[in-house]
Design a protein around this ligand. Sequence first.
Ligand SMILES: NC(=O)c1ccc[n+]([C@@H]2O[C@H](COP(=O)([O-])OP(=O)(O)OC[C@H]3O[C@@H](n4cnc5c(N)ncnc54)[C@H](O)[C@@H]3O)[C@@H](O)[C@H]2O)c1
Ligand SMILES: O=C(O)C(=O)C[C@@H](O)[C@H](O)[C@H](O)COP(=O)(O)O
Ligand SMILES: [Zn+2]
Length: 348
Amino acid sequence: MDSSVLIGPEALPALAELLFRPAVTRVFVLADGNTSRLCLPLLEKHLPPDYCLIEIPAGEEYKTLESCTTVWSTLTEQRADRHAVLVNVGGGVVTDLGGFAAALYKRGIRFVQVPTTLLAQVDASVGGKTGVDFQGYKNQLGVFQAPAAVFIEPQFLQTLDPRQLKSGYAEVLKHWLIADAAAFDQNRRLGWLTDDWTDIIRESVALKQRIVAQDPLESGPRKLLNFGHTVGHALESYLLTQPSREALHGEAVAAGLVCESWLSVQRGLLSSDDLDRIETFVFSVFDKIAFVSLETDAIAEFALQDKKNAGNTINCTLLNGIGNGVFDQPVTVVEIAESLRYYHRLSA
Ligand SMILES: NC(=O)c1ccc[n+]([C@@H]2O[C@H](COP(=O)([O-])OP(=O)(O)OC[C@H]3O[C@@H](n4cnc5c(N)ncnc54)[C@H](O)[C@@H]3O)[C@@H](O)[C@H]2O)c1
Ligand SMILES: O=C(O)C(=O)C[C@@H](O)[C@H](O)[C@H](O)COP(=O)(O)O
Ligand SMILES: [Zn+2]
């Protein structure tokens, strides 16, 4: 599942090198409404002049099979063959959906990822998880399929909204919590904001690649990368059903980091002092997500569809101390609801 990942000024020239090879019959570029406007200008000179743009609307609500149909229809109308390449230019919605659409078209054409949000640069573009949401559940349909390569240009982040930057930072925090206590400690002292994200991107990508290399198809240690997501995805999915109450993926994951750290304390795996450090750091970046305690049972129910589950057992990733994730820790839906009530009571 490992693909080459280029980060920095050499990334886009290397993309051009791949796309201009004679073996590539046609280049298709998938973007959303924002990335076609804000990111294509920087990319354009690295693309062949006859590339075909496929545009989908921006936002998680468009991470659907219907958007894939838009991609597949254009590929079909343009008679794309198996030597075509799909270039996914955008955040995690575009890289997940584009990877999935490419993997299914004619049983698979090559795709490359050009992630343009912090979240997609540190996490979503790497590791080969692709997919779309279905019937209200996150990434319910998907395949593991490695991109031909990933090209990361941190300059894209210059047009990114601060709320989106923070959302990406949740996945960085997750990486430190599961596998790098020293980075967690250093960065909680420094604060989250920086002018240059390149080092953080490099370190996060390397950490994720190390874990994915051990277990590309998530039968074991890759589940560590899902820390914060049992609760995070439940919250994100629930709020997607509520008009005007959407939380960004990273915002929901940040809440999930707190809830699942609390569950780790309940299991005797994490100290209360460490939970306190995690909460202080999380709430120095993120506002609390608003919900009423009456909603916690409905939110927790979504965890029954988590992909790490086996039968009726919800398998959570927890922390055995900061920097040391542990996977396959059974929790009940009642405990998930309790963790949400704990989060709800916290005064951020
Ligand atoms: N495959 C994985 O391993 C993985 C990992 C983490 C998250 N994800 C998925 O990623 C998705 C979230 O990704 P995201 O946070 O990037 O969201 P996103 O793709 O919706 O992008 C966020 C917003 O930023 C805009 N945008 C993108 N790049 C921009 C730029 N450079 N300047 C200005 N605006 C820009 C987009 O148009 C969108 O409105 C979720 O669906 C999540 O499930 C997947
Ligand atoms: O790469 C992984 O593995 C992850 O779990 C990374 C997560 O940050 C990401 O949100 C992923 O899409 C979650 O996948 P899912 O299998 O829980 O849908
Ligand atoms: Zn995630």
